[in-house]
Ligand binder design. Structure first.
Ligand SMILES: Cc1cc2nc3c(=O)[nH]c(=O)nc-3n(C[C@H](O)[C@H](O)[C@H](O)COP(=O)(O)OP(=O)(O)OC[C@H]3O[C@@H](n4cnc5c(N)ncnc54)[C@H](O)[C@@H]3O)c2cc1C
Length: 378
């Protein structure tokens, strides 16, 4: 067992850290407040090769492992949630194509996704089907040489900005997971449109929208994997990648809040001493640091298991997501507390980190659903 990152991983981590500090962090507050989608930042990440980090070299990626990926993800998440959220979904889409796509689909879609020329999105949720995705009602009816998709989706990350959407829809008459298939839908497909853009508590730079499908016809070649009824099983496997991504973003956010609070506590004088000298504050930091370290290790372990094709990765990815996002919520809340009244003001980033942490407990399966998954594995 080796807890050290390899030399290559350390140098990629350093590159990601410098990039995130210089190009993402300075813009993150404004992106959140003014709801600016970080397309330019995403393009810069593409130029560095980050958008194709795990995609095989054969399809234009770097072919690196998932531990390296989440090491990068933590740095991006630490600096800007909107960029990290876009990146996370985009990488999960690539994993989906690589693992389940037909050869034709891989050749068509992976190179443009890996190079960041097109952005991917994942489309599951409906007004009546959130945690219970298998109850979705969007249909894809097979006609002569194409499928006709009808239905409404909600809360879709990168909605309106993405170019390619992996959409779950019901092809069979069977209820539940068995009748569900996945399709690739291009942003310009006829019958596909973007609905309402949500106003959110935070995460402003990442658009969250409704998607509307009205007689949206897609080729039978766009049935993912070429077989009906596989959509739910495929998506659940791909969500393991989403879960380690969200876990690592959470570690990054917790680390950012921790560092800001630590620096502040060493400068803020009350009762003629830096507040860091009070044991009540020191113990908060000791707990925060311990939780962050534990969360990071769970994320590394889950990513390592995914790379080894270890079936334990399902449980570990859920544990990593659950633990890391709960840690991010508690650490960012403590960071706001340590800054006192200033922590509640927008002059410091900890208030944004606290709002950002909250969404991570909800997306990619709520933390209650992670517990359901973990318990099922037990
Ligand atoms: C900002 C944002 C971005 C999103 N991005 C995407 C996206 O890109 N693609 C996409 O498809 N979806 C996306 N979603 C949707 C997200 O995945 C769902 O919101 C989430 O899965 C929960 O579904 P719901 O909101 O319908 O809540 P519900 O499923 O209605 O849950 C309500 C509450 O009940 C709890 N609950 C439900 N079932 C159980 C159970 N069995 N046991 C215990 N508790 C339970 C939940 O944990 C939650 O606390 C996004 C959501 C947000 C807010």
């Amino acid at each position: 067992m080796d807890f050290e990152l390899s030399e290559e991983q350390k140098s990629i981590q350093e590159m990601a850290r410098k990039f995130a500090e210089a190009k993402l962090k300075p813009l993150a507050g404004e992106a959140d407040e003014k709801e600016i989608f970080p397309r330019a930042q995403f393009e810069k990440m593409a130029a560095l090769g980050f958008t194709g980090i795990t995609c095989s070299q054969e399809y234009g990626g770097l072919g690196l492992d998932h531990v390296t990926y989440i090491v990068v993800m933590e740095e991006i998440g630490k600096a800007c949630l909107a960029t990290a959220g876009t990146y996370s979904v985009h990488q999960t889409v690539q994993y989906y194509f690589e693992k389940f796509g037909t050869e034709e689909q891989k050749e068509k879609y992976l190179p443009v996704l890996a190079k960041g020329e097109k952005i991917g999105a994942l489309v599951l949720t409906e007004p009546g089907a959130g945690s219970d995705v298998a109850s979705l009602t969007t249909t894809a009816e097979k006609k002569d040489g194409f499928y006709s998709i009808n239905g409404n989706k909600v809360f879709i990350t990168t909605g309106g900005e993405a170019d390619l959407y992996i959409v779950l829809a019901r092809t069979g008459k069977e209820a539940g997971a068995k009748g569900i298939s996945a399709f690739v839908v291009d942003k310009d497909a006829v019958g596909f449109s973007i609905g309402k853009k949500e106003k959110k508590m935070g995460y402003g730079g990442s658009p969250t929208t409704e998607l509307l499908f009205t007689d949206c016809n897609v080729s039978t070649k766009d049935l993912l994997g070429g077989r009906e009824g596989q959509g739910m099983a495929q998506m659940l496997s791909a969500l393991d990648i989403g879960r380690i991504s969200i876990g690592s973003i959470a570690v990054g956010i917790a680390q950012a809040a921790f560092e800001e609070a630590l620096a502040y506590s060493k400068e803020r004088i009350q009762f003629e001493k830096p507040i860091f000298t009070f044991q009540g504050i020191q113990w908060m930091f000791a707990d925060m640091a311990t939780k962050i370290e534990a969360a990071r290790l769970l994320c590394y372990q889950a990513a390592y298991s995914i790379d080894q094709d270890n079936p334990l990765s399902i449980k570990q990815a859920s544990m990593a997501k659950l633990m890391a996002t709960d840690v991010a919520m508690s650490v960012t809340t403590d960071a706001v507390q340590i800054l006192g009244g200033y922590g509640y003001m927008k002059d410091y980033s900890v208030e944004r980190h606290m709002r950002d942490a909250k969404i991570l407990q909800i997306v990619e399966g709520t933390n209650q659903i992670q517990r359901v998954v973990i318990a099922r594995c037990l």
